[in-house]
Unconditional design. Structure first.
Lengths: 335, 792
């Protein structure tokens, strides 16, 4: 590790400490806030469709925004055939997501670019932790019976505790969709609150599985209840549903985050996950984020992409910008 | 210039300019000046007037110049259109459809060129021209290629009008051209179009596309120029129809200038459209909708949602959300792909906007603007919010036609509607609520030709667009729009000759007990205001009785009674049908009496008189039948929504009846009016008013609510004058001499009432083809298009 990296790491640690103070503490369940929520799907869709024509970034702006996307990425592997070797390879990529010569060409070599986190199953927390040792990149673990969330409640709490013990800095939990589908907001609140307590200092990302909630209004309500219960992030999807992150659903979650911030005074992060596989889509998310939540959210502290394939396309786009030639996949080291 | 590393920290947007060099090259190729497009050729202006210069409003740079069309130019264009009409109108619908299809394809093939040119010329953002204007242009030609194809089967017994004159504004230059040209030529008309003097470039490029499509010479003619050129078109004797989109002020002038000329007229004018936000709306989406409503095309949109009405309980939150949203608003080079708003079309327009904002501020409005950068040069005006305004504030009443929103609050739905309708205009309305009952209730009550529920500024070729009240008349788009460019074959006969009025030889009592026919106002028999009567002659000069000699106060009272009978508008079609059948039933019982009266007054044979009475019974039955059958449509625009085209009553209709077939024509006029839910003030034939005064006894016994039908007898001309001038009368159906038609059309310009006049011609009331049905019901209704997106 270079000297500057160590200094940078120190800075990030101190930032994390002050960040700790600003962490969303949650609040009592306010059912009247939930009742007031109204979401019009057609209007949400129109917003994201027209935004694509209202905002765009080109040239060095695009390159910078794509680097930002990399820094906000939860590089993820969640497959039945994951092995330690596979996870170590992913971690190596997390620490050096973009070819150094390319970063130099972009004038971005001083940014000490890494991804936002590495996201794995519980079994690989230690492997990932070892591989990322000395860096500021945390290990995120999916938990609580991911992806369906149908295991016993006690088991879920135990799973979180074990993951924390193994060194996970972030826990991505799934909610019991039945609570949302039956509009049992109290049960959802209690569940997420219990998970938050189990997490202790580790950050809690709450996956509400938007693709399984049946209505866009439920997405907003589930997000709001999760934030009241103390979520550090709300996250769209496991990546395993038939429909994962979409821009309209993300818009609705971002607006819920904004409302919560305006009314409760706490900033909550957002993580779209699943299906975001190219640079253009990533830029659309960042633009939506900037427009709806503002520049404060354009940081890995408050925004993450859950993605496994996105990085490859971003690398190719960056090379195109740096050289003027369209790139090829095999020119970039795989993760 | 920022570096990648710096931008990584600031996360700012950078410039993202659309390539425009190839369009500028094309303009440089026209440095000698553009020409008119007449008879398929580009021809220089003949009148030697100073050419018009066109500027890029974002930079002030001159883009081009084109001729100011004079008399010779307009005459030549009309002559070319006239020459093209016979063969063009005789082509089969399919043959015309092929040309429209080709034009649609050519617009698509040149879409980016057109988008860039439009943005350069008008100052609107490339996002709008690229994503909205030009795709809608192509869509309009596609859709109307379809109507050309289907004309023979869908509009049987109809024919094109002839040479139509079309005058379009600068806010949607090519889109308005498409809205005018596509339906006109699809239906077999030929057109002379004048684009706006600020923005003629895309029209001139379109002329090149017409040549490329092989459109026969003269079918489309484009004459550039300013208001004087427009006036030449409006007044041209060979032009049979004028279609105009622009300001209400100019619309009124055109109404006056075309009065009595027998020209068909459609006007799409100004607005001050309400944008209503209920507390149960998706407020974030409503605010974003507002951005699309008033800050679309720099607010230079006739249907802009410029009056925000927000429920008091959420007003503060909505205001905060608007302010927050505007802080990230971006204004800049219209060719930048990352701006919300471009340049105002011309310095003149910007001065007007600024003056109205200042006025609104002086009258107590609170002006707020976001702290965002504006380009240092060019016609840029910041998004502006004026709050704390009362309905009397100038900024609340006048169409500003700029990026300026005025806002006020309401407490209940009823109050929201009252405020929404408290305007001379009636173009569009936007309603935000997640409660379908509330939204549809508001939609049904708001006076507007287009209503958007939980969306805004939806446009499509399949849907009708156009206003109520002083926002103009006629519709563009959809089936309803087609009727602006066709007419029923042989709808009118020769000149209507008024019935002779013989000298009455001797006035004496004719009945055993003297009868006193009166005015029929508000369901009551009323003595004429000034207590005077008029003797009526029988066909052979004998005294037949007296009727009230009505004056302007009788008309005033009758209109007042009609206005108050507003519940009739919401009475169900079924209930209205019951009443019309009941009128027919009670009338038929007295058939013999009415036949005798006809014979007495007109000298008709017994058989003929009886035939007219029988025909009247049939006619009343017809409108009983129609009362619940003149259905609207469900349009299918290419989005996930349904658009309901609802036929609504117009309101108070003034009806002036002819002498011909006096009983049948009398019933044939008020029956369709009330069948559709209108209330009317009827001036019966001056010569045969006793038929009408006999008839009110039938009305009295038939459960017709008070004020639905009012009858004022007397001299036709002065009564007509008062009706035509009355600003509460929303439509006038006039059957009288031609010079009176001219007068009626002229004075109707004041409140832009809908005028249906015979221009002195006769109509065959006996024939069901011209005497009843859809051709007449169309005059009795406004079409309201309600946009309902759905999805959960």
């Amino acid at each position: 590790m270079t000297q500057s990296n160590v200094m940078d790491l120190d800075k990030r640690r101190s930032a994390a400490t002050s960040d700790e103070e600003a962490r969303n503490p949650g609040m009592a369940l306010a059912l009247d806030w939930i009742d007031e929520i109204r979401v019009n799907r057609s209007a949400a869709e129109r917003r994201v469709t027209t935004l694509a024509g209202r905002r765009t970034v080109k040239k060095q702006w695009q390159a910078a925004w794509l680097l930002k996307a990399v820094s906000c990425m939860d590089l993820t592997t969640l497959a039945g055939d994951d092995t330690e070797g596979r996870v170590r390879r992913l971690c190596a990529k997390a620490l050096q997501p973009v070819r150094p010569d390319l970063l130099e060409a972009l004038g971005a070599d001083k940014l000490n670019l890494t991804v936002g986190a590495v996201c794995v199953y519980h079994a690989f927390i230690k492997t990932a932790g070892d591989a990322l040792e000395g860096s500021a990149v945390p290990v995120a673990a999916v938990s609580t019976g991911f992806p369906a969330g149908q295991s016993p409640f006690e088991t879920k709490l135990k799973e979180i505790e074990l993951s924390i013990a193994d060194g996970a800095g972030e826990i991505d939990i799934v909610v019991s969709r039945r609570h949302v589908l039956t509009a049992d907001w109290r049960a959802l609140y209690d569940e997420v609150k219990a998970f938050r307590q189990a997490c202790g200092p580790a950050h809690l990302k709450v996956i509400i599985a938007t693709g399984e909630l049946g209505s866009i209004g439920k997405v907003a309500k589930a997000s709001m209840v999760s934030m009241m219960a103390g979520a550090d992030f709300v996250k769209t999807s496991t990546g395993m549903e038939s429909v994962n992150a979409t821009l309209p659903v993300s818009l609705v979650m971002m607006r819920a985050i904004r409302d919560y911030h305006e009314r409760a005074g706490h900033k909550v992060g957002f993580k779209p996950a699943g299906g975001i596989s190219n640079a253009k889509t990533a830029l659309q998310y960042l633009i939506l984020l900037k427009e709806e939540l503002g520049d404060d959210w354009l940081t890995p502290k408050l925004f993450r992409f859950g993605a496994s394939r996105l990085l490859g396309d971003i690398e190719r786009q960056l090379e195109h910008f740096a050289t003027g030639r369209y790139s090829a996949a095999n020119r970039h080291p795989m993760g | 210039m920022s570096t990648t590393a710096e931008i990584f920290k600031t996360m700012e947007y950078g410039p993202a300019l659309e390539e425009s060099s190839y369009v500028l090259d094309w303009l440089r190729g026209k440095a000698d000046g553009f020409k008119h497009f007449i008879g398929g050729e580009f021809v220089s202006g003949k009148d030697g007037a100073e050419p018009i210069e066109s500027f890029n409003p974002a930079t002030g740079e001159k883009l081009a110049e084109y001729p100011a069309g004079g008399k010779q130019d307009v005459d030549a264009a009309v002559a070319a259109a006239k020459a093209a009409f016979p063969s063009w109108s005789k082509l089969s619908g399919h043959e015309r459809a092929r040309y429209l299809y080709a034009l649609a394809r050519l617009v698509q093939k040149n879409s980016r060129f057109l988008a860039v040119l439009e943005s350069l010329d008008n100052g609107k953002p490339i996002r709008e021209t690229r994503d909205i204007d030009i795709p809608l242009v192509a869509r309009h030609f596609y859709h109307h290629a379809g109507w050309a194809q289907l004309m023979e089967t869908e509009f049987p017994d109809h024919e094109p009008l002839g040479v139509v004159g079309q005058i379009i504004p600068w806010n949607f230059p090519l889109l308005m051209l498409a809205w005018k040209i596509a339906p006109a030529i699809a239906m077999g008309n030929t057109a002379v179009l004048k684009p706006a003097e600020f923005t003629s470039l895309t029209a001139l490029y379109f002329a090149e596309l017409c040549r490329e499509a092989g459109l026969p010479p003269g079918v489309v003619n484009i004459v550039t120029g300013a208001g004087e050129t427009g006036e030449l078109i409006v007044k041209h004797p060979e032009i049979v129809k004028i279609a105009f989109t622009g300001s209400t002020e100019v619309g009124r002038i055109i109404r006056r200038q075309t009065a009595g000329a027998g020209k068909k007229l459609s006007l799409e004018l100004g607005g001050k459209s309400p944008f209503i936000v209920f507390e149960d709306a998706d407020l974030d989406s409503a605010v974003e909708g507002l951005i699309d409503a008033i800050w679309f095309n720099q607010g230079q949109v006739c249907c802009a949602g410029s009056r925000l009405l927000v429920e008091e309980s959420v007003a503060e939150r909505v205001t905060q959300k608007i302010k927050r949203r505007l802080q990230s608003f971006r204004i800049g080079d219209p060719l930048d792909k990352a701006v919300d708003m471009g340049a105002i079309v011309d310095p003149v327009q910007m001065e007007r906007v600024e003056a109205l904002v200042k006025q609104g501020e002086r009258e107590g409005g609170k002006v707020w603007r976001p702290d965002i950068p504006l380009p240092s040069k060019g016609c840029f005006y910041p998004p502006t919010l004026i709050s704390d305004v009362s309905p009397s504030n100038t900024a609340m009443r006048e169409e500003i036609f700029g990026p300026v929103l005025v806002s006020m609050t309401f407490r209940t739905l009823k109050e929201a509607i009252a405020l929404a309708n408290n305007t001379r205009y009636g173009l569009a309305a936007t309603i935000w609520s997640e409660n379908i009952n509330r939204a549809l209730e508001a939609a049904s009550q708001v006076k507007a030709g287009v209503v958007w529920i939980n969306t805004t500024n939806g446009f499509d070729a399949a849907c009708g667009f156009g206003g109520y009240r002083e926002s103009g008349f006629g519709r563009e788009g959809g089936r309803e729009g087609i009727h602006e460019y066709i007419k029923l074959r042989k709808e009118w006969g020769a000149v209507e000759t008024p019935a002779p009025t013989p000298e009455i030889s001797e006035i004496s009592s004719v009945a055993e007990i003297d009868q006193t026919p009166k005015q029929f106002i508000g369901g009551k028999q009323k003595r004429p205001d000034w207590g005077r009567t008029l003797p009526i002659a029988s066909h052979d000069g004998k005294y037949a009785g007296r009727v009230g000699l009505g004056n302007r106060k009788d008309i005033r009272d009758a209109v007042e009674a009609a206005f108050k009978a507003e519940n009739w508008a919401t009475t169900t079609g079924h209930a209205r049908a019951q009443i019309l059948y009941f009128i027919a039933e009670n009338f038929s019982r007295r058939a013999g009496e009415f036949a005798k009266r006809l014979t007495q007054l007109t000298g008709a044979t017994k058989a003929k008189a009886r035939a007219e009475v029988d025909a009247t019974v049939v006619r009343l039955f017809s409108y009983g039948a129609w009362a619940d059958k003149y259905d609207g449509l469900a349009h299918s625009p290419p989005q996930r929504n349904v658009v309901l085209a609802v036929n609504e009553p117009i309101g108070v209709i003034g009806i002036v009846c002819p002498d011909a077939a006096p009983l049948l024509s009398f019933a044939s006029l008020w029956a369709p009016a009330i069948a559709m839910g209108n209330r009317c003030v009827v001036v019966p034939s001056e010569r045969y008013p006793l038929l009408a005064t006999d008839f009110y006894q039938v009305l009295e016994t038939s459960d017709v609510p008070a004020g639905v039908v009012n009858i004022v007898t007397g001299e036709r001309a002065p009564l007509t004058k008062t009706l035509a001038e009355h600003n509460q009368v929303e439509a006038i159906w006039h059957h009288g001499p031609a010079e009176e038609s001219k007068f009626v059309e002229e004075v109707s310009a004041e409140n832009l009432k809908r005028v249906w006049t015979n221009n002195g011609r006769a109509r065959d009331w006996k024939s069901p083809r011209t005497g009843e049905g859809r051709e007449i019901l169309r005059h009795a209704c406004e079409v309201k298009n309600i946009w309902l997106p759905y999805g959960d």
